[in-house]
Design a protein around this ligand. Structure first.
Ligand code: NAD
Length: 382
């Protein structure tokens, strides 16, 4: 069976869905990889490296799609709304498409893919269970985004992060706050600690406290009674309107004393909760930096504009929506390992074997035989 790796077409996207190492992993499953020429270049994987790993490099996209039984992408249509449409005419019935598809954010794209007869697996829908960890693209990409967010903050802050005692005086460490301590938040905390900052963090899920402390940050306590804030699959539930107001008020006091705030709070399939108001930003010292990793869904800071730099009262607010792509070499390596692990679930002895008894397969399957078959996505489309 042939697995195709097309070039990504989302503007600014530098990742590739499979690296040359991934090509070798697939070969062990009797899968042959075809790669569009130049697909890995921006991530640091030239055509030559793919050829050396045993892949066939194909110059034309239509030729690549035409020969493939399985297509792996970083961003399929739903996660690449404009340019992704051009691929619709290249899909054919029964062809399997695997990647990030944002079906919770843009379920209508699933309907368009279903109309082609192709089978779509959206890896974001994988359950957060131990067995699914190796295919968890959300975690692997959030790890990179959390790390990069803190590096970006350190770069933009007009201060240094660590305590320095020098002949030219003592530099006090930067004060960093991380809001939302999921995968990205914990990595942001760990990165800030490595850079020498004094770090505190807050998450609405009580279980996060131990994790915050385990990576070396101080846990911020708010008077909110969020004991039941953890919902299905370990994700947070939305707070009540009253809790949200109280949360913003209490966080304003904490935020005002910080040099850097990195926010990552998300509720699956919903707009990001606003945690930092414009009034809170205006209490921060000029030069302070906010990196809002929730910008794609509206942002955790009231002043965030996705992918733009906002400066308000001397405070810089950045809302980068594709930070994983800023470290494309390792992001692609991790993504490619997730893809190779997923393929093990649906390919047996070199043949497609879609087992709906397997909850990982069932929950990630979005379209099949011309229909949207995923219950969660069907509900969103009603
Ligand atoms: P996410 O991206 O959905 O959200 C980021 C964080 O924001 C979460 O920790 C959430 O609790 C927090 N948050 C939401 N609303 C908030 C608010 N109003 N104020 C403060 N914080 C708020 O989360 P994620 O990183 O994808 O992780 C989600 C869950 O899945 C976590 O419990 C994590 O431990 C778990 N997880 C499990 C596995 C696994 O077992 N395979 C893998 C990865 C993550």
């Amino acid at each position: 069976m042939i697995v195709a790796v097309p070039s990504e077409t989302f503007p600014g996207e530098r990742r590739v869905a499979l690296t040359p190492q991934g090509v070798q992993a697939l070969a062990k499953q009797s899968l042959h990889t075809h790669v569009q020429s130049g697909a890995g270049m921006a991530a640091g994987y030239p055509d030559e490296a793919y050829r050396d790993a045993g892949a066939v490099v194909v110059p034309q996209r239509d030729e690549l799609f035409g020969a493939a039984e399985i297509i792996v992408q970083v961003r399929t249509l739903g996660a690449n709304p404009a340019a992704g449409r051009q691929d619709l005419e290249l899909f054919r019935a029964g062809q399997v498409l695997i990647g990030a598809a944002d079906p919770l954010g843009d379920p209508s794209a699933a309907r368009d893919i279903a109309a082609t007869g192709a089978t779509l697996f959206a890896l974001e829908l994988a359950p957060r269970i131990t067995r699914a960890q190796s295919i968890d693209i959300l975690s692997s990409m959030a790890t990179i985004a959390g790390y990069k967010a803190m590096i970006l903050a350190a770069d933009r802050l007009p201060k240094l992060f660590p305590l320095l005692m020098t002949a030219a005086g003592t530099i006090t460490p930067a004060k960093v706050l991380v809001l939302g301590a999921g995968v990205a938040g914990l990595q942001a905390i760990a990165t800030a600690k490595r850079l020498g900052a004094v770090v505190s963090a807050y998450d609405v899920r009580p279980a996060a406290r131990e994790q915050i402390e385990s990576v070396g940050a101080k846990c911020v306590e708010l008077d909110l009674a969020t004991g039941d804030a953890e919902g299905q699959g370990g994700y947070a539930k939305a707070l009540t309107e009253e809790q949200q107001v109280r949360q913003r008020e209490q966080l304003a006091d904490v935020v005002s004393g910080m040099d850097v705030v990195v926010t990552t709070a998300a509720i699956p399939g919903r707009p990001s909760p606003v945690l930092v108001t414009a009034a809170a930003v205006r209490r921060m010292a000029p030069g302070s930096v906010i990196i809002d990793l929730a910008a794609e869904r509206g942002g955790n800071c009231e002043l965030t504009i996705a992918d733009q730099e906002v400066i308000d009262g001397g405070v810089t607010i950045l809302g980068p929506t594709n930070l994983a792509s800023a470290a494309p070499y390792h992001a692609s390596a991790m993504y490619g390992r997730n893809i190779a692990a997923f393929l093990k679930l649906i390919v047996k002895e070199g043949k497609l074997a879609i087992d709906l008894e397997d909850e990982i397969v069932r929950e990630t399957l979005v379209c099949r035989d011309g229909e949207v078959v995923n219950e969660r996505i069907k509900q969103l489309l009603q």
